[in-house]
Write a protein that binds this ligand. Sequence first.
Ligand SMILES: Nc1ncnc2c1ncn2[C@@H]1O[C@H](COP(=O)(O)OP(=O)(O)O)[C@@H](O)[C@H]1O
Ligand SMILES: [Mg+2]
Length: 356
Amino acid sequence: MYLQRLQLYHFKNHSERSLEFCNGINTITGSNGIGKTNLLDAVHYLANAKSYFNGIDSQIIEHNAPFFTIKGHFQGEAPADILIQFEGGKKSIKKNDKPYPRLLDHIGLIQTVFITPYDIDLVLGNSDDRRKFMDLSICQIDKAYLQNLSTYKKTLEQRNALLKSMQGRYIDPDLLSSFDAKLIPAGLLIHESRKAFVADLLGFFVGIYQTLSQGSETPAIVYESPLNEGDFQSLLQSSYRQDMAAQRTTVGVHKDDLQFNLGEFPLKKFGSQGQIKSFIIALKLAQYNYFQRVTNNHPILLLDDIFEKIDEQRAQRLIEMVGSSGYGQIIITDTHVSRVETHFQHLETTKVHHHL
Ligand SMILES: Nc1ncnc2c1ncn2[C@@H]1O[C@H](COP(=O)(O)OP(=O)(O)O)[C@@H](O)[C@H]1O
Ligand SMILES: [Mg+2]
């Protein structure tokens, strides 16, 4: 499936905007602040029913407007019109004019891979960002995971609220374990899914990184989880005292992380700027390949300001990779029209250019 037409109403700084895209390379240029990143975010929203950047939908509505609307016309084996509307604190999604019973029923129809300058947080930020990467990857292809994740988060919140309300005082273990009955099955499934995801991702990742960086170092991604160390139930039980003192749940998949290494060294501490950027791009292209293998479909690749901070050679290798036949629809933003022209003019693929 590819996005043929995008229409926005009151989506961030786009009061009203309609754009046509091709099933190839689409470039969007315009000066800083004109709304290029916002356009890509709207495409991400169409697929994932939420913004990549901002989880608070009311802030996505154009200032002083009453609602936002995103419309997407998708072409492919099963053409579809997707309509997302947010008004009065309520979000609704329709496919071909029919509302979905639950928002989550929409997830999985379209996959997007988004590469933005903000992704630097994946490496330099805290574990939250890396869990978010895993979750967004698995949620896009697995509704059961999405449901487990929501059960886990809700139960964890309730358990933590109890621990907090007791302010370090003793809590009857039976009371805590009543939450554990829900936390454990959800946590185990999340752990299994993340472990399998990282293993699958690695299969694509190493080769892509090496092609991009032309370096000799071997990159690695290690999935770290308290649940790697033992049985979740025993881990929870042996942490009761600690949880009461800390006033929160100290063990579980909400503590998971990904360790990124080059050779034996942590990327965060020892990686050069260039190595970090290659790592992130390779991670996202591996995610692309992973979606493609699971769904047998091309995801939509969103490349935000990709030429801004990456060096010329790396940019060229990236273009060669994504311009090859293995990739479907790509939407690229840049501030410089001339830079976009030089990078893409030699490619045979179908191309569309918009200047905002
Ligand atoms: N809810 C909103 N209403 C109106 N404008 C918004 C809203 N959210 C963000 N913006 C504006 O969008 C602009 C940034 O757009 P962005 O897509 O980041 O631009 P670009 O990527 O082209 O540099 C900023 O001027 C910002 O103030
Ligand atoms: Mg931008």
